[in-house]
Write a protein that binds this ligand. Sequence first.
Ligand SMILES: [Zn+2]
Length: 130
Amino acid sequence: MVSFGCNEKIPPFSASRRAREKSRGSLAMKIPKTTKRYCPYCKAKTKQKIKLVSTGAKRGALKRGSKQRARLRGKNRGIGNLGKWSKPAQSKFKRKSKTTKKTNIMYTCEKCGKSRYQKKGQRAGKQIQE
Ligand SMILES: [Zn+2]
């Protein structure tokens, strides 16, 4: 049994950060399906579709640090205690400092069909597209 001792008294993230996020309202962010905004190709305000794009890059399957590659190289195989390979995922027992992610939105112009990413992402816990 692994004991965390004093770690259990530490909140998952700092109190000031929690207060900041609380003051902003709910962590969920509602995003409409379409919006009217400026299209630099049409040089006018047009109706644009909104697509939520996942934030962050996916981990490469056979890159260094991947679980699949490690397994192919003989780690996490066999019986008995395999040290770090016998433990659950880090996220399962280690608390994350960041609870929100920046949004990544793609706007597609319905007139010319060209797409652009948003300039700057906003922090949000959850994105809900209506
Ligand atoms: Zn356009």
